[in-house]
Design a protein around this ligand. Sequence first.
Ligand code: NAD
Length: 355
Amino acid sequence: MLISAKRLTEFVEAIISKGSGNPQAAAQVSRHLVEANLCGHDSHGVGVIPLYLEAIQEGQLHTDAKLEVVQDKGPFLQVDGNRGFGQVIARQAMELAIEKARTNHIAVLSLRNSFHIGRIGAWGTMAAEAGFISMHYVNVLSPNSIVAPFGGTEARFATNPYCTAIPATDRHPMFLFDMATSTIAMGKARVAYNKGVEVPDNSLVDHEGNPTNDPAVMFEEPIGALQTMGLHKGFGMALICDILAGSFSGGGAFLPERIVPSRVVNNMLAILIDPNVFGGAENFFGDIDNYADWVKSSPPATGVDEVMFPGDPERKSRADREANGVPIDDNTWAQLLAWAEAVGIEDGEVSRMIG
Ligand code: NAD
């Protein structure tokens, strides 16, 4: 299934709007999700809509919740998302943090208790487009622990993403490093399972801790776990995310008592910094330009077209998918059609939207 981003956005916006009764939020959420698909992150694209709609039905996602400022002290801002749509809450929280960074040269934002905030790169991009370096530590309180600690067999936490964004220079596009601290995001295991394909090495362990490439271990008993990326180093990063995003914000690190069915909460610590404070922005960006040229001049390995910088794969994906359409796997498409029917969108209307 290949569909244009425009048609896909219209279709999923209608589903979310009917399913949530909040058309304004639906517009923001659908744009964010289709943007994730365009960037090549299908794990955080429209495939999460069934999860959101189930959470609405279960009373776990509060469709009209508003962001609440808990503390506002100089450069520090603590906000509570009241389990509202993460795409709405995180955008508003980032807007407030950007305003703070304009005044103080730095902003430290602690966002707690938001429903799933999606692709963290979207929030890094907002800060970098406003002219700031930004670092984002995020933890996930999901209905199941899904990532095993290094050296362990049972999962103890979730895919805790990390992101750093640095504004574009005169000669290079924005640096956008945005990753799950597991080797693959859970959504990538879901996409592989839906497609019936294997996942890369070092991504999963079975219930006994043996490495496996079969994504079924995440969806069929006996359940296995995702592995942290980079062995003990990714494990350390995952713990930092739970501690800085979770414990520090008050939203909490992953603990069994915080597990609630159908609830996916993200907490985020974001630090925004004015690039002009030390050596001056001109020197900073000039040095990045020289550095990027130097790093990218490394001759590519066999089978590799070019050395890339973080953010380049997403830009390539976007160029391709904007030109040729967004691929949606069959299972995800079937789920979206089923939800369209469940929320009361008539077949004729679906056909008109998807063409
Ligand atoms: P990934 O492994 O595809 O990419 C990670 C980073 O590596 C990106 O910045 C990418 O630009 C860079 N990269 C990839 N290939 C590269 C190459 N060949 N050369 C240079 N750089 C390269 O990403 P992921 O870990 O699968 O994460 C996917 C998305 O999932 C992210 O957007 C993340 O924010 C999101 N996520 C969200 C949550 C949540 O709870 N909200 C949880 C986990 C992940």
